[in-house]
Every structure is written in structure tokens, then in C-alpha cells.
Design a protein around this ligand. Structure first.
Ligand SMILES: *Cc1c(COP(=O)(O)O)cnc(C)c1O
Length: 430
């Protein structure tokens, strides 16, 4: 377990910024003017690198028109595969096991429709009560599509206290009625990072196929999907990977499943050599590329080329190390300055750095209004009901001084009861 002690002075924060090897990446991003942006776990910031790639894609479209499919750099025809190859190191996968395609929820459907084959006694999907609602809606509909009742065939592992899941409890639900298990790597509210290796070993021992939703870990936490022997995974790229709103998503299929028939087939999953032969017989690629459905969205994929370059330069291990230092620092400041009376905040994220992702959940009964008061001051957090302020110090563009400032500002808001000026209603997205 990593334990670091920080002192609470601003000088200490500045000192850490001075010796931070990743500080140089901040100037490659557009930081909204006058703001402290701590919402990279919802929407990462635009980098100059990503912007350049969008401009390049636009130029290619202007100059080459249809020729861009082969003349683009990289050729648009292979863009999903090429992005997969470049994402693979972040997943601990081989280049052909990863592809950029579709969106998170669509990829969940594409994968679960291929891996969920209810048979005899094994008819259930195992998920959890703390997963992102979209995943649960999708899984329920997958069960319904097989003519089964989701109330009986979608099993949800109960949470402990609204915050955390216990790996042992998940494993105890892996009965021989479970066909497929789909879990998040990092819980979107509390930030708990599950022990994926342990869960994967248990699933394999019990003959259960296992998929992970990596939306909250990709770009924040390194993965070893091949080594852990995970069956499939999917993720969005617009959070820690900074690919832009609704940017193209990603998926992973372990190569031992390359023979499997995609459940939602489409021509973009064809063997590239035969795709334009236009046979009515689908000849699927022997790679994760087979799980693509339709034409790659070139303009929403372009920014990812730029933002992945930043990760390649910085190194995922360095990104994780700084992220853990920042979240440890944040937790320590909250414990030290905001917890207990009179401030009443509580950390709702595991305290062991290796058991959390890239954000920290600060709980307070008035969290919604405190988040609003922070926004009025130019700090961008987000709020998740019922009582969580999520703060995500991103390794590539946030500083320790910013973390220090956010905690100081929460304390000021609480001391002056500034949040009482804000009503409970707000915009639909926050
Ligand atoms: C962000 C997120 C999604 C988002 O799904 P989209 O299809 O991209 O809208 C899904 N699942 C989890 C766990 C997420 O964190």
C-alpha cells in the first residue's frame, strides 16, 4: 500500500508541482479560462494535439473527398483498427484485440449479444447494483431479447453501503446459473477500483464469461486484460482519454474468441480484404475489428489520435503514479480540513491508492448546492446523487496547487454557508 504524507501548506503543493515530471503536459491542453477543471472523469479537456488531428481530418475530407479512405493519414478505412493498435498498450492487450468503434453502450450490446448464450441451466447475467444505469438498461434488454425475464435472469450483486462492492461477494454470486458477468472496473460514484485479476480468475474457474466496462479506468489506471484472461471489455474515450464529447468508443475481445460470431454483425466487421467484394455472405475479420458494425465515424475518432499521443509520451505508469499521488493528497486534505464538525464532509472513496481509480468522492448532505457554489467560483466538479461531489484531478492537466485551492474553497463555502444561496434545481447535466 502506498502511503505518502503531505503537509497542508500551499508551499507544499507548489513544491510538488515544481518536481512533477508531467507538469509540462498542461500547456498542451486548453484549460477553460479562469477555471479549475476537476471534471475530467465526465468530459476530458481538449488538447492541442487532438485539435490538430480534427483539423487534419477536415483537411483530408476537403482535399481528398472519397480518396481519404485510402489517402488519409492514417487511411480512414483502417482508422478503427489503427486506433485499437494505439490503445492496446493502455489495456495490456495485443494490437488486434482492440478496436475503436461505436459508443460505449452500443459496444456493450455488440459484445453481450455475442457472449451471452443462455443454455440449459446457465441462463443468467451477473452484474451489480452500483453500475452505471445505462449498462443495466442494456443488460436488461439483452435478457429480454432472449425471451427471458430480467427480474429473474439479471442478477445484481448488492452493494455494501451504497459505495462499495466486495469482490468476495461478487464471487459468491458466480453460481452455475451465470452465463456472463459484466462489471465496471471503477465504480462511477465512489471511485472504487475492483480487483479485476481476482474476479477474472474466479469467473474462469466457474466457466463464466467475463466482461468489464472500463469507462472510468481507461486512461487513469493501467490494465493487463490478456494476463488476467478477461474475455471482453468496452469503454468510452471522452473521459480520461480526452477524445471529445461523444468521441468514438473502444472494445476488446480476447483472441481466444476471434472465432465467435458477432451478435450484431455489420459490414464494417468484415475481413478488410473482402469488405468491398460485396458478398451477401458475411466474412468477419479475425480480430476485435469483427465487432465493429457500421462505418467508422472519422470526425469523432480523429481527436483520439492526438490525445493518445500524449499518453504514449507521458507513459501510462507515470500517469497512474501522479494520479494516485494527487488523489492521496486530496483525500488527506479533505480528512484534515473538511471532515467532522463543523464541515461535515466525508471521503467516500477507498483510502488505499491501489483500490481506487482517478477521482475522489467527497460526500456531504448539501453536496448538490456545494457543487453549485463551487461552479459559481470557477471550480468545475460534478455532482452525483444523492450526496457526492466528484473531484478528478487529471494527471496530464491538473496541478497539486489546484487540488489545494479546491479544498480551501470548499472550506470557505462551508464556513460562510455560501451554498445556502443556491437552490436545489439546476441544469440537466452537471
Ligand atoms: C460514461 C459511462 C458510460 C457512457 O455510455 P455512453 O454510451 O458513452 O453514453 C457507460 N458506462 C459507464 C460505466 C460509464 O462510466
Amino acid at each position: 500500500m502506498i502511503q505518502i504524507s503531505f503537509d497542508r501548506s500551499l508551499a507544499c503543493a507548489r513544491e510538488m508541482d515544481l518536481v512533477d515530471d508531467l507538469a509540462r503536459f498542461r500547456s498542451r491542453f486548453y484549460i477553460p479560462k479562469g477555471k479549475i477543471y476537476m471534471d475530467g472523469n465526465s468530459l476530458g479537456l481538449l488538447s492541442r494535439d487532438a485539435e490538430k488531428e480534427v483539423e487534419r481530418a477536415m483537411r483530408e475530407w476537403k482535399e481528398y473527398a472519397i480518396g481519404g479512405w485510402t489517402q488519409g493519414d492514417p487511411p480512414w478505412f483502417y482508422l478503427g483498427e489503427e486506433l485499437g493498435r494505439r490503445m492496446a498498450p493502455l489495456l495490456g492487450a495485443e494490437p488486434d484485440e482492440v478496436v475503436a468503434a461505436g459508443s460505449t453502450t452500443v459496444n456493450l450490446h455488440a459484445l453481450v449479444s455475442s457472449f451471452y448464450r443462455p443454455r440449459e441451466k446457465r441462463t443468467c447475467i451477473l452484474a451489480d447494483e452500483l453500475n452505471f444505469p445505462s449498462d443495466i438498461y442494456a443488460l436488461r434488454s439483452q435478457v429480454r431479447l432472449r425471451g427471458l425475464d430480467p427480474d429473474q435472469h439479471l442478477i445484481l450483486v448488492p452493494d455494501r453501503d451504497g459505495r462499495f462492492l466486495c469482490e468476495e461477494e461478487i464471487i459468491s454470486h458466480m453460481t452455475d446459473e451465470v452465463a456472463v458477468c459484466v462489471l465496471p472496473s471503477v465504480l462511477y460514484r465512489s471511485g472504487q477500483l475492483l480487483d479485476m485479476e481476482k474476479i477474472a480468475a474466479a469467473a474462469r474457474d466457474r466457466g463464466i464469461l467475463l466482461g468489464f466496462d472500463l469507462s472510468h479506468s481507461v486512461g487513469a489506471v493501467p490494465h493487463l486484460l490478456d494476463e488476467w484472461d478477461v474475455d471482453f471489455a468496452f469503454w468510452c474515450t471522452y473521459k480520461y482519454l480526452n477524445s471529445g464529447p461523444g468521441g468514438i468508443a473502444g472494445l476488446y475481445v480476447n483472441r481466444k474468441h476471434f472465432d465467435r460470431e458477432p451478435g450484431l454483425a455489420g459490414w464494417w466487421g468484415s475481413d478488410k480484404r473482402e469488405q468491398f467484394d460485396m458478398h451477401l455472405q458475411f466474412c468477419s475479420a479475425r480480430s476485435a475489428g469483427a465487432w465493429q458494425i457500421g462505418t467508422v465515424s472519422v470526425l469523432s475518432a480523429a481527436p483520439l489520435l492526438g490525445s493518445l499521443r500524449l499518453f504514449a509520451e507521458a507513459g501510462m505508469d507515470q500517469v497512474r503514479a501522479k494520479s494516485q499521488r494527487m488523489t492521496s493528497y486530496l483525500i488527506q486534505l479533505v480528512d484534515d480540513q473538511l471532515s467532522g464538525e463543523p464541515h461535515g464532509c466525508q471521503v467516500g472513496t477507498p483510502r488505499e491508492a491501489e483500490r481506487r481509480g482517478g477521482h475522489v468522492a467527497v460526500e456531504h448532505p448539501d453536496a448538490r448546492r456545494i457543487a453549485r457554489a463551487l461552479r459559481a467560483r470557477g471550480v468545475v466538479p460534478d455532482f452525483r446523487p444523492p450526496d457526492v461531489i466528484r473531484l478528478a484531478p487529471a494527471a496530464l492537466y491538473n496541478s497539486f496547487s489546484e487540488v489545494h485551492s479546491v479544498v480551501r474553497q470548499i472550506r470557505e463555502i462551508l464556513d460562510a454557508r455560501e451554498y445556502e444561496r443556491f437552490g436545489p434545481d439546476g441544469p440537466p447535466v452537471s
